[in-house]
Ligand binder design. Sequence first.
Ligand code: C2O
Ligand code: CU
Ligand code: CU
Length: 513
Amino acid sequence: MSDPTRRTVLRGLAAVPVAAAAAGCSTTESDHRPSFASAPPAGKRPLPIPPLAKSTVTDDGTRRFDLDIRAGTTQIVAGVTTPTWGYSGAILGPTLRAKHGETVAVRVRNSLGEVTSVHWHGMHLPAIFDGGPHQPIMPGGTWTPTWTVKQPAATLWYHPHAHGTTQRHAFRGLAGLFIIDDDDPVSRELPHDYGVDDVPLIVQDKKFTPNGNLDERDDPSAGLLGSTVTTNGIADTYLNVTTERVRLRVLNGSTVRFYNLGFDDDSEFEMIACDGGLLEAPARLRRLRLTPGERAEIIVTMRPGLTRVLRAYPFEDDNGIQRSQPAANFGLADTFDIVLLRAANTLKPRPAPPTALAHIPPIDTNGAATRTFLFGQVSINGATMDMQRIDVQTVVDTPEIWAVTNGVNGVHNFHVHDTRFRVIDIDGQAPPPELAGWKDTVNVRPFSTVRLAVRFSDYTDARWPYMYHCHLMYHEDYGMMGQFLVLRPGEKPDSVIGQGGGGPHHEHGAPPR
Ligand code: C2O
Ligand code: CU
Ligand code: CU
């Protein structure tokens, strides 16, 4: 294992030069600049591509990454300098990449003046390395979680999760992608040239004060709902496309905003993966809904010279919001241009995705007990988050049905740490194809019930809990979160939960209406 060539990242090409990637130049396939029918669109900037994180593989085979959480400034809007936070940069963070079976370690340093944490959203890992509210990183401190990647290829992400400050920290810019690769031959048949035909797309919304700072004041019913949409950290972007097909790894990294995505020419696209990995088969869609925390990988087919806008459309059905509360309050009536795709005059061939992508086993709920979760305005089963209360005790490798009901006329979704679940049904109906794969976050519309097949494996811990919560960070910070332990059969919880002291606390004002 001490072969020196293993010490450097090969997969990473550690820095795809951002400008080159955004300009569509690929030295691997062409040494000339692609030509375009017209000049770049006025007022738009090339989509920035988050760099791939550098890593080193040490003698024990562990892939090691470093992240430094720090403050900086970003021109989110061209010409306006805005103070932002980022991981090893001014905003967002590098894309971490590791392979199924690999052991990773991430040394995270907190160079901010306040406590934060880093949660690995979608990752199956021991609770003590989960990065939730029980793993605060003090100012000037470091934290080095380590785990073995035991899940198939997927687009995961990382973001802050300290108790009561998640929304503000994420809104300031803290978020990054964590891509898992595996040896499944299907991966090679899908576009996989990072930043060229395999493009990360972190979609967020921001709002500003008149002097160009981020406006961190909550709207009383919706939290931080911005009117400026950003892609990979900045507003008004375009992506030069040089291949017949391009794969977009879309993350709704917004704090509360829902998106109903589609193209301006109403063309179909193929969704190939959801939160936890590949779907069984590509799903042909014209619209795709993503709630905060959800991911989708889509394949867009382009023609030479074509431009096409990925747009967020109003929710035709108000996402089920009933009339007493205008859906516009939750941003469900808004339209935004997300990113303009601009195809070169000649495109390199890329085959259609395979018609069979993954084997998604049928859901087996035989003998599984049901737990119920009822949402209030910001509560789950009538309670709000208590760092010293365990809400749910599960037993490792025991399948359960989680029946999640939104009991109020408001927007919520549901996220479970550590695992990938399956949607059994939504109000008794089988899920649509885009929700039929492995999920970790799901929309729960007003007055509807989503039943999930949930199971936790490999890791047990009687002291350190995982979280489940609404991923609208405004709600999460107000306590719409619970804690669960994964125990061995017959094991009892420790008398001390997490750090015991409850960690740093954050006092809230009045809860949302
Ligand atoms: Cu993406 Cu508990 O979070
Ligand atoms: Cu998570
Ligand atoms: Cu919610």
